[in-house]
Write a protein that binds this ligand. Structure first.
Ligand code: CA
Length: 306
């Protein structure tokens, strides 16, 4: 597990992250995960705090194509962030996703079943308390805040679109055989759609948790189980426990989980400022002292003369 300390004017947050991936119910693991500490960038007020780069990619395609696609996606993301001094994290995310799309498409065009090779990717860059999340496909990012689980990303699937239009119920969507049909993925087309990746930005509060996962997880595990596990265990144990839970619930897919915790460490109480004397009072004291001194000198002189 990795840690980073974040300080602002009132509170310290300790960011901890943990990750796990498992072959689950398949012969090969076509998911790839990334968990990388980010060094601080720049100096002065525009400097960016230390943080983490996290990602889950869920590959697809025959003849090891899925494994290659998901690995190319996380490697490209890692490389782009490692070499970037760009202060706009969302811009860096877009560059990384587009580069990953081009690399996977180029790799897939040499294969016999070129159209099948692709991957989803949900990525999260944390800088201090700021999180930037980018997504293409149906791997998900969730926020756990105040004992509630909220899905941050939207699935780029046909079924998610039908659900948004009210054409299917959430239960029908969850059981639909077409629920994994993607509208967007990395590597399927030469150019990524101009609306991709979808970007979400949020400010972490103390006690927040972020959770990234592949569909092999959320197909079989209920929201309440996620809240219980991430609230009670440190991120690395929670990530392992959640992948184990998906296997116990008999996922037929690969399963990946990344958990981030923003734990409050201490409240910094600002010292009470000392009262500042007003200009009038500060002048009054020396003037009175001078008058008293002059009176004493005058009295001494008068006494001497007499
Ligand atoms: Ca999957």
């Amino acid at each position: 597990m990795e840690h980073a300390q974040v300080t602002d004017s009132t509170i310290d947050i300790k960011i901890s992250v943990g990750a796990a991936t498992d072959v689950g119910g398949r012969a090969q693991n076509e998911d790839s995960i990334l968990l990388r500490p980010l060094d601080p960038v720049g100096i002065g007020p525009a400097a960016q705090a230390a943080g983490f780069l996290l990602a889950v990619a869920d590959g697809m395609g025959g003849h090891a194509g899925g494994e290659i696609a998901s690995r190319l996606a996380t490697e490209t993301l890692d490389e782009i962030f490692a070499g970037s001094t760009e202060p706009d994290i969302a811009a860096t995310m877009k560059t990384a996703f587009r580069r990953a799309n081009a690399r996977i498409f180029a790799e897939g065009s040499g294969a016999e079943d070129a159209t099948a090779m692709g991957t989803t990717m949900v990525a999260c860059a944390i800088r201090g308390k700021y999180a930037t999340i980018a997504s293409v496909g149906d791997s998900r990012a969730y926020l756990v805040r105040a004992s509630r689980l909220t899905q941050i990303t939207q699935d780029h699937t046909v079924v998610a679109q039908q659900l948004a239009k009210g054409e299917v119920t959430p239960e029908q969507a969850k059981r639909s055989p077409a629920r994994n049909q993607l509208m967007h993925a990395l590597g399927h087309r030469e150019r990524l759609h101009s609306s991709m990746p979808a970007i979400f930005e949020l400010t972490l509060l103390p006690e927040d948790r972020l959770f990234l996962c592949s569909d092999g997880f959320y197909d079989v595990v209920e929201d309440g189980d996620v809240i219980d596990v991430v609230a009670r265990q440190d991120p690395q144990d929670a990530a392992r426990a959640l992948t184990t839970l998906a296997k116990e619930r008999q996922t037929t897919d690969n399963v990946s989980a990344i958990v981030l915790e923003a734990a409050p460490t201490r409240i910094i109480v600002a010292p009470t400022p000392a009262p500042v004397p007003s200009a009038g009072r500060s002048l009054l004291v020396p003037i009175l002292a001078a008058i008293v001194l002059l009176a004493i000198i005058a009295a001494v002189l008068a006494f001497t003369v007499l």
